[in-house]
Design a binder for this molecule. Structure first.
Ligand code: AGP
Length: 600
């Protein structure tokens, strides 16, 4: 969701900015722009659509060693050239890119900017016009920037240019992610390290409500009172090849295929020299001290949380509630006496989850973040972090992060159980090893799954996923994958719940994908399949070896019954992938979606 880049140095900035924006494409956007500054002033190029469209309008003859760029995911105002960033103040002196939402923009317009003609429908424009207003009233640019920020309610990551000062990019952030990257004769700004890995791997984290004055030689961080803050850069441990597609046609397919590797990496990383799974003692202490765990997440991470509940309750025997972050934030349930909060987030930046984290920290509760991104906001602000070690996930549709989240939660459950002598009747390292091999086998069955996808989904406008027990949770994830990338309306239901309403939607030929990996409900889910077949549905049963029957479309290898989601999701990910591919959809960048949802 919205991405920012900036460069100030000796080289021409256009290509560095455009390449940086391309690396941010995965976050989701619908327009893009850059502004570069030289002795002739600021040159703005912006366009609705893709970076490729923007490239066609950038004037190659303009040379400028300072610039900022932006990918916009529309919130206030339709995706259009006018609403695209960068935005400029009325006089053209100030140029700005912004990620986030200014909640009080309307009020600020009415209170301070009655005399200003706005050109866009965005909330962003209010920021740049306020800065210009304060400068016109005699304030220095830095004071005007600071005083503007003090008025803003909401979230922002900002990079600002002043055409009277070619040597500076002003930067600020609140709730939205932003980093400053340091080089030997240049400095950069980026929403995430991947964007500017092309020029540097050294980054400085920024905290909320800090202002940064970035010049070619120096990075000066200040708080809103103007006091200077020292902070050393860290090295981003990212391999440039991790963020390339290689020979794959899509990141999503690459990331599906990476799942066996990720499983093995997780086993290796969470193992000690004695070959036992291990987790920081403080985290295990917090688990044991809690009388109830609250898992908070969104989307796919929420679905992983549902599986995590099952694992923690069954293995570690601690009660768990799972909540959608955006709901919890505004409608907090009655909490237990000693809750522990677990935030699950691939990106570590999801604004809805962060809003809950801020609330529960204010209440004095402990929080653990399970994330793929070290140093992300949710990781920094929680008491503890467990990393997924899945490598960068670029495709908007989350795949390897989901399985990594479940694997890490299984380890958390196992180590917690063992720490208080709750017997664990299986060897988790061995079982996760079996899982890695099973995922590999499933990834080798792409042709069969592509065929299934064609057979059931090539003409349909909707599809239902059903399952019981943990298969229900995986069905929810299968439905989310399918709808987000193929735009087929897909819904997941508990098998027994269908006849309480949804069955009315079953028509002749409606595809119903049923999961049957749990022995205790194998017969009852098959009964539910019979109910929909009697009403014309086209059933696709995906079962597990040992539970299979003649009518099944696909059989997954046998694994421990608590861990089936780690493999039953693989055919569902692939079914969604092929459905999107055959419908000609943009698999990695589905419409309207953002990878990192940084607004509430
Ligand atoms: C996954 O395919 C989705 N694109 C989306 O639901 C995602 O899982 C959700 O936005 C949460 O993101 P997070 O894991 O980065 O917090």
């Amino acid at each position: 969701m919205c991405g920012i880049v900036g460069y100030i140095g000796k080289n021409d900035s256009k290509e560095i900015l455009l390449k940086g924006l391309e690396k941010l494409e995965y976050r989701g956007y619908d327009s893009a722009g850059i502004a570069v500054m030289n002795e002739n002033g600021v040159h703005v190029f912006k366009e609705k659509g893709r970076i490729a469209d923007l490239r066609t309008i950038v004037d190659k003859s303009v040379m400028a060693t300072t610039g900022i760029g932006h990918t916009r995911w529309a919130t206030h105002g339709v995706p259009s050239k006018v609403n695209a960033h960068p935005h400029q103040s009325t006089s053209g002196r100030f140029t700005l890119v912004h990620n986030g939402v200014i909640e009080n923009y309307d009020l600020l317009k009415r209170e301070y900017l009655n005399d200003v003609t706005f050109v866009s429908e965005t909330d962003t424009e209010v920021i740049i016009q306020l800065i210009e207003k304060f400068v016109n009233n005699g304030e220095s640019v830095l004071d005007a920037f600071r005083n503007t920020l003090k008025l803003l309610v909401g979230s922002y990551a900002i990079a600002l240019l002043d055409n009277q000062d070619q040597g500076t990019i002003y930067v600020a952030k609140n709730k939205s992610p932003l980093l400053v990257g340091v080089g030997s004769d240049f400095n950069v700004v980026a929403s995430d390290a991947m964007a500017m890995l092309q020029v540097t791997d050294r980054y400085i984290e920024l905290m909320d409500k800090e202002i940064v004055i970035v010049t070619q030689e120096k990075v000066t961080i200040q708080n809103l009172n103007g006091e200077t803050i020292d902070r050393a850069p860290y090295t981003a441990e990212l391999d440039a090849s991790d963020i390339e597609k290689g020979t794959y046609p899509h990141y999503m397919l690459k990331e599906i295929d990476e799942q066996p590797l990720v499983m093995r990496k997780i086993i290796q990383t969470y193992q000690n020299d004695q070959g036992e799974l291990t987790i920081e003692p403080e985290i295990i202490k917090a688990m044991n001290e809690s009388d109830r765990i609250y898992i908070i997440a969104a989307g796919t991470s929420y679905h992983a949380g549902l599986v995590g509940k099952q694992l923690i309750e069954k293995i570690a025997q601690i009660p768990v509630e799972v909540h959608v972050a955006s709901e919890f934030s505004y409608n907090m349930p009655l909490l237990s006496k000693n809750p522990l909060f677990i935030f699950i987030s691939q990106s570590g930046e999801t604004a809805d989850s962060r809003s809950v984290l801020v609330q529960v920290k204010e209440l004095g509760y402990k929080a653990l973040t399970i994330t793929n991104v070290p140093g992300s906001t949710l990781s920094r602000e929680a008491d503890f972090t467990l990393l997924l070690h899945a490598g960068p996930e670029i495709a908007v549709a989350s795949t390897k992060a989901y399985t990594a989240q479940i694997a890490v939660m299984s380890i958390l459950a196992e180590v917690t159980a063992k720490s208080c002598n709750i017997p664990v009747e299986f060897d988790l390292i061995h079982e996760l090893g079996i899982i890695a091999n099973a995922i590999e086998a499933l990834c080798d069955s792409k042709e069969i799954i592509e065929q299934i996808s064609k057979e059931f989904l090539s003409v349909t406008r909707n599809c239902f996923f059903i399952g019981r027990a943990v298969d229900y949770y995986v069905g929810l994830e299968g439905a989310l994958k399918l709808k987000e990338i193929s735009y087929i309306q897909a819904e997941g239901f508990a098998g027994g719940e269908l006849k309480h309403g949804t069955i009315a939607l079953i028509e002749e030929g409606t595809p119903v994908i049923a999961l049957a990996t749990q022995e205790s409900v194998n017969l009852s889910i098959r009964g539910n399949v019979k109910e929909v077949v009697a009403r014309g549905a086209n059933p696709c049963i995906i079962s597990m070896k040992g539970l299979e029957m003649d009518e099944d479309s696909f059989v997954i290898p046998e694994v421990h019954e608590l861990l089936t989601p780690l493999i039953s999701v693989i055919p569902l990910q692939l079914i969604a992938y092929y459905a999107a591919l055959h419908r000609g959809c943009d698999v990695d960048k589905p419409r309207n979606l953002a990878k990192s949802v940084t607004v509430e």
